[in-house]
Design a binder for this molecule. Structure first.
Ligand code: F0G
Length: 381
């Protein structure tokens, strides 16, 4: 099957020379990546915030979250290495993505999820794609520990972000941001859970910036000094990386793992992030910081984005915008800055969380013209 030359065929194809793949790597993809970078229009004006705030709509990836960037990479390499099955622990999005890419590759997927603590949309995805779903009476951190233990003896490849290929795929988000803006932003704000994504963003920005190509993982084929894109710099600076967590699951704010993480933003309900050191390094090297928001603040920003901008992201994603707005108002992020927020997942993933907010005016009327007309007139009053 062939497509017009120049047609977009996913990020492994586009960034082939910047990723640890070779001619013989079988590419498993769903044409992920290439997501819109959209400016916020109404919120900055109405909140009297003087900055260019852009949102990277990662919820428009094939399975509805940024995980697809890492999964195309990890599953392609797993297949190349002869693996027949993949496994992950997940708060939902990784399992949805793993299940989809395993289906595409003709592999088995095993997903460990915290029973009752992942959104139904994400569970539905894993079920539809035919993953074997293992519910545990524990949280994500328990699942992660079990996956590590089991993978030592079972013939399964871990596709959580401790698999270094995951971060390699996810770093491409930074390339796209730089290409869209024509430069690196001044600040990049994003939610932090297991901390892989903030680490991957930093790898990507570092590789896009000449003189800063200090690859953090050892997995890149080009770390022998023959890096082919030394000759094609994208940006002349790197952003300050700012990571936000939910108050009930904020190990980076506490300075140590959190025993029983709790938040409505179930995607980031994580107490013991696996990429702890990489995330701390990204924060320190970029001059960034971490901050936290409680559930009410997170949900309020999710609603604000939906109502004021027409953008429906999941609660975990909204925390990036909560943070950007607060830090701009306090001056921590200076006025006039160019700020990018990664909106990591689509709001439809967690329709329960949205409906539970229950603030939309919902009217029930008789199925006749007068009743509907009166309802509209009443609402317009
Ligand atoms: N936003 C969403 C929507 C997520 O699903 C996740 C992580 C994050 C943010 C945090 O990213 O872990 O790289 O710091 N979800 C994982 C999962 C843990 O299992 O789906 P991170």
């Amino acid at each position: 099957m062939s497509a017009a030359s120049g047609a977009y065929r996913g990020l492994l194809d586009k960034y082939r020379h910047r990723l640890p793949i070779s001619e013989s790597t079988p590419i498993v993809n769903l044409y992920e990546g290439n997501t819109p970078l959209l400016p916020l229009e109404n919120i900055p004006r109405e909140s009297r915030v003087d900055a260019d705030i852009w949102v990277k709509l990662e919820g428009l990836n094939p399975t509805g979250s940024f995980k697809d960037r890492g999964m195309t990479m990890a599953v392609s390499r797993a297949l190349e290495e002869g693996s027949r099955a993949i496994i992950c622990a997940s708060t939902g999005n990784t399992s949805a993505s793993a299940a989809a890419y395993a289906a595409r590759a003709g592999m088995r997927a095993f997903v460990l999820i915290p029973d009752g603590k992942i959104s139904l949309g994400k569970l539905a995805q894993a079920m539809m794609h035919g993953a074997t779903i293992i519910k545990i009476d524990g949280n994500f951190d328990d699942g992660m520990r079990l996956v590590r233990e089991v993978a030592e003896e079972a013939p399964v490849t871990i596709v959580n972000s401790i698999n270094p290929y995951r971060l390699q795929g996810q770093k491409t988000v930074a390339f796209e941001v730089v290409e869209s803006l024509g430069r690196a932003p001044d600040f990049h704000c994003l939610p932090v859970g297991n901390a892989g994504n903030i680490s991957a963003h930093w790898i990507g920005y570092s590789e896009a910036c000449p003189g800063e190509r200090n690859c953090v993982t050892a997995s890149c084929n080009f770390c022998d000094g023959s890096c082919p894109y030394a000759s094609e710099p994208l940006a002349d600076s790197r952003p300050v990386m700012v990571g936000y967590q939910a108050t009930g699951a904020a190990p980076f704010l506490r300075g140590h793992p959190v025993e029983n993480p709790e938040t409505v933003a179930t995607a980031i309900r994580i107490g013991n992030p696996q990429s702890w050191d990489l995330a701390l390094a990204a924060s320190a090297e970029s001059g960034g910081w971490f901050d936290e928001f409680d559930d009410a603040e997170i949900l309020a920003t999710q609603k604000l984005l939906a109502e004021k901008e027409g953008i429906f992201c999941e609660p975990a994603s909204a925390v990036a915008v909560s943070g950007a707005l607060r830090d701009l108002k306090s001056g921590k992020i200076p006025a006039g800055s160019t700020v990018v927020c990664t909106l990591t997942g689509h709001g439809l993933k967690d329709s329960d969380a949205a409906i539970a907010q229950d603030s939309a005016p919902m009217l029930t009327v008789k199925a006749n013209r007068d009743a509907v007309r009166n309802a509209i007139a009443g609402a317009l009053e």
